[in-house]
Design a protein around this ligand. Sequence first.
Ligand code: FAD
Length: 389
Amino acid sequence: MDGMFKVTEEQTMLRDLVKKFVRNELIPLEKNILERFASGQPAALSDEENKKLFKQCKDLGLWALDVPEEVGGANLPAVALVGVNEELGYTCVPFTFPPDSPNLHMLLATANPEQRKKYLEPYAAGETTSAIAISEPGAGGDPAGMKTKAAKDGEHWVINGRKIWISRIAKADFTIVMAVTDTNLGARGGITAFLVDKGTAGLVIARAIPMLAGQRTYEVVFEDCRVHESQVLGRLGAGFAPMQLRLTVRRLQMGSWCIGMAQRALDMMVEHVGQRVTFGQKLADRQAIQWWIADAATKLHACRLMVMDAAVKQDEGRDVRMEASMIKLYATEMATEVVDHAQQSFGAMGVTQELPLALMAQKVRTMRVYEGPSEVHRMVIARRILGGR
Ligand SMILES: Cc1cc2nc3c(=O)[nH]c(=O)nc-3n(C[C@H](O)[C@H](O)[C@H](O)COP(=O)(O)OP(=O)(O)OC[C@H]3O[C@@H](n4cnc5c(N)ncnc54)[C@H](O)[C@@H]3O)c2cc1C
């Protein structure tokens, strides 16, 4: 991206390095992922594949990219990560450079010195994994309605309740669990974040739920799950704001992933329609197909500008919650359309599970729900605009 946004030489070099990594290491693994997807297994990398990739990206310095220097990272700004995430989105292989950014930023904003040592440092070094448990059967898009409670008992907090749709929790070393500590205050000072270690008594994984795109989420039950008061993350009752910060980080990242995914679909479509002849003419010569291509390129350009603009503002310390909502909404809907048109241009081949397109279509379908459904983002944007009336 050039034009109004200045990208440094280092950022261009980083992006090129990631591009090479994606093309040389991840895209060759698509075949394995697609076979697992087609046979109904999780469309995920095996432990062995992950181990090999982690070693390669550590050797390349593609590790702890947005971790502050004092915790051993490269301390890269959000603008540098835009290109990185776009390149990672180009493949249907689910892979990110450790550590996953959203929980990292939540920990950076809230962890006390002991928690930094115990949780943040190993996490920042990519030695541990984490999950976050916000959603509940009765409260997802509106997390302020959560019912899971934590009650004080001496030096401990006792958590009771049920969470659902939680990604990664079965394997995660620790989970950030959001619970109500003051029912009168609710989201305005009554929701607290807790660090709950894997294997803590009373944290029960009730079931794995198969989702689209070969993903898995989990339903978990907290049955008198006791955690020491030292496991409160951030200030008591003040869990909602850092949780929102975490969501903002993810939403920008999702914007770049969607751009990568849509760019891949567009590239595939361009290659295909330039060769395929129907009724004596190349598909590329049909106006119907040209409009798909023109619309995809135009929307991709708009989306890139949106993400870059938000990243620049975020690096300046500005509040980008509104921009993050707009990006989450626009990018997921843009990628849905572009991937769908690419599938259509391939005819039957486009709806097989042999091309990455069908997996991408399912992935972006889930993305229109998690981290806030499109309709909730539209509500948030409209509320901000109408708010002053
Ligand atoms: C793949 C995947 C992974 C996930 N991982 C996690 C995780 O790791 N941790 C976690 O805590 N949660 C996770 N979630 C849950 C996710 O955040 C919620 O599903 C999401 O917030 C929506 O909540 P809900 O499913 O309860 O839908 P609801 O809130 O019941 O909404 C249902 C639908 O109603 C409509 N709607 C809702 N509110 C409005 C409104 N105000 N105006 C207009 N329409 C509206 C929308 O169309 C919405 O899709 C995950 C979900 C998925 C699909």
